[in-house]
Design a protein. Structure first.
Length: 260
């Protein structure tokens, strides 16, 4: 069983348990406390934009930055050039929490992406209620008919969706959906290795009208300029920032701008 299948199996059990505590109907009837911010427009700019990620650990790296303060990190990201913040909410494998979303939302004014392994209507609704402005859907993780349903529900709620894939075989299916935003992740899910060349191998297969996000493997300004030159509109960067212990400073260095 590869790591993705293992995570999805656990996620199904986790969602079932959460639904017992807080039924879907109760979430649907609850009021969202935060206005929705425009994730799409935040990425639709001339220069390549950064979705700066907050995560405590990962299956490939183990502990990255333990004892972090999500709100403080998010403020540092904003001060140093982030266009959006990605928050890992998976607890088991990434040390995240859904509660990080309202904590961050209260202190920054840029859009927030909920990054998790979203496999159910329940998670879409809880993302909306928590204050997320966009969610991640992973084509490699769920049946495409389910992905389509979750995509439609998200858009009905006013959330933007970043549809991600790690594999070329999913690109045609994603293209048929004609998503506003598509993410290409260059991490191989079988061996967890990074291959930046994959960004160039698939860029011509992506929908012309979709915003394109490069994910994983971007370590420095040279890498960032590489994906920008290929035609990616944004890069989602997390581990290389968090592992420094000073994510905001690392972001300013990635963008080669003066630190705030």
């Amino acid at each position: 069983m590869n790591i993705l299948k293992k995570i999805i199996k656990h996620k199904q059990e986790e969602v079932n348990e959460r639904a017992k505590v807080t039924p879907l109907k109760r979430i649907q009837e609850s009021q969202r406390l935060f206005a929705i911010r425009d994730f799409y427009s935040a990425l639709q700019k001339k220069d390549i934009q950064i979705i700066a990620e907050i995560k405590q650990k990962s299956p490939s790296m183990g502990e990255i930055m333990s004892g972090m303060e999500p709100a403080q990190i998010a403020q540092s990201y904003v001060n140093n050039g982030a266009s959006a913040v990605s928050i890992l909410t998976d607890q088991m494998y990434f040390g995240g929490s859904l509660e990080f979303i309202p904590q961050v939302k209260a202190v920054v004014d840029i859009p927030i992406l909920r990054k998790d392994f979203i496999i159910s209507e329940y998670q879409v609704w809880e993302s909306f209620h928590a204050g997320a402005d966009a969610i991640l859907l992973i084509a490699d993780a769920i049946d495409f008919s389910l992905l389509t349903d979750l995509y439609s529900l998200s858009r009905e709620l006013g959330l933007h969706v970043l549809i991600e894939t790690h594999g070329a075989k999913y690109i045609k299916l994603i293209t048929d959906l004609n998503p506003e935003i598509i993410g290409i992740n260059c991490r191989n899910l079988k061996d967890m290795k990074i291959d930046l060349k994959w960004f160039s191998e698939v860029i011509t297969e992506l929908p012309l009208e979709s915003l394109k996000v490069a994910e994983s493997g971007i370590q420095n300004h040279t890498d960032l300029m590489y994906v920008s030159g290929l035609g990616y509109h944004a890069a989602l960067v997390g581990s290389s920032l968090m592992k420094t212990g000073e994510p905001g400073i690392a972001l300013s260095q990635l963008l080669q701008r003066d630190m705030a």
